[in-house]
Design a protein around this ligand. Structure first.
Ligand code: NDP
Length: 330
């Protein structure tokens, strides 16, 4: 059994020394337990936050502990009435090739709706984040303009498509021409802007949004968001989902202040974590599955192969080496 542990708390951008791969014995399941062989492991930006020893909405990782996170696997041995050998299950047991789980630690997933990997992406945590963050906080109306940063990632790509379903004009901001081409050609975004090659992002947003910005779904924070804020309309809504541009900063993230913009434009800005909507996951999952089946939603996955490549895959998130959901097939 292979496990990846937190070897060292990172300062700045994590690197290979942050992680340690160890071999351990595979544990036998006892009564009410199952043994899972991992198939897919999720790597997610929020895991960077858990590497810091500070209180947050999820507890920090402990040194020498397995890095917890979303994972999908097959039940290879069951001592539980609830699971049979061959069932596919999802849990948050993280970066390990086998896991002995108590029966209430994981849940079975439906293999028939879509490939099982989608339960870590569009039908799972990132898809639900897009659904609730856009519809409950951004509240786009037909004909309004929605701008999304981190637009070609797991969350952003779903946000844009839901905004299109709701009849909005959708503009994505992402870091490569290939991603922007994908957003426009495959996902039918109205415009897409490469923030890395533009000479003036604020102006490019103004050009792409002739009627201003009504909803800003923010995945990245920092200078990209400053450029969007300058284009907000009266009564705009900002859904603060993530701030990946600041996750590896060593100091405080200090930028232009936004208060006067919020006042002058009567803007509503709200941060959230997906857990805020825990009592409505069934609604979100059902809507996402239905849109997927009706071909109203498309998804992309960037799948890296090999257990030992999990740390590198995680680091790829910060280099922008993914379109859609980044996963590792172990
Ligand atoms: P993504 O699939 O979007 O992957 C991360 C992407 O972020 C990269 O592909 C890269 O794309 C972009 N990025 C990386 N560094 C920077 C940077 N310095 N500036 C701008 N863009 C950068 O990840 P997710 O969809 O899983 O997550 C997106 C955001 O949503 C994250 O901030 C995450 O923390 C947050 N999140 C929040 C949740 C919540 O409950 N609030 C739940 C899930 C996610 P590019 O090439 O465009 O730079």
């Amino acid at each position: 059994n292979k496990q990846i542990l937190l070897a060292k708390r990172p300062e700045g951008t994590p690197d290979k020394d942050t992680f340690k791969i160890v071999e351990t014995e595979i544990k036998k399941p006892g009564d009410g337990e199952i043994l899972i062989r991992t198939i897919y492991v999720s790597v997610d930006p929020y895991m960077r936050g858990r590497m810091v020893d500070a209180p947050s909405y999820v507890p920090p990782y402990q040194l020498d502990d397995v890095l917890g996170g979303g994972a999908i696997g097959e039940v290879v041995e069951s001592k539980s009435q609830r699971f049979a050998q061959g069932d596919i299950v999802i849990g948050s047991y993280g970066w390990q090739s086998y896991y002995k789980a108590k029966e209430d630690e994981v849940r079975k997933i439906d293999k028939d709706i879509a490939p099982i990997s989608t339960h870590l992406g569009i039908l799972g945590m990132p898809g639900l984040t897009a659904y609730f963050g856009l519809l409950d906080i951004g509240k786009p109306k037909e004909g309004e303009t929605v701008v999304i940063s981190g637009a070609a990632g797991a969350v952003g790509s779903v946000v844009g498509q839901i905004a299109k379903i709701k009849g909005a004009r959708v503009i994505g901001i992402a870091g490569t021409d290939e991603k922007n081409q994908y957003l426009k050609e495959e996902l039918h975004f109205d415009e897409a802007i490469n923030y890395k090659t533009t000479s003036n992002l604020q102006e490019d947003i103004a050009k792409a949004c002739p009627n201003g910005v009504d909803v800003y779904f923010d995945n990245v924070g920092g200078e990209i968001s400053d450029a969007v804020h300058a284009n907000l309309n009266k009564y705009a809504r900002i859904s603060i989902c993530g701030a990946i541009s600041s996750y590896n900063l060593e100091g405080e993230d200090i930028g232009p202040r936004i208060q006067t913009t919020l006042i002058k434009k009567s803007v509503l800005m709200q941060g959230f974590t997906l857990g805020d909507f825990a009592d409505r996951f069934a609604e979100g999952s059902q809507a996402l599955a239905q849109w997927l089946q009706e071909d109203k939603l498309k998804y992309e996955e960037t799948i890296k192969e090999g257990f030992d490549n999990i740390p590198e895959a995680f680091l790829d998130l910060f280099k922008g080496n993914n379109i859609g959901k980044l996963l590792v097939k172990v």
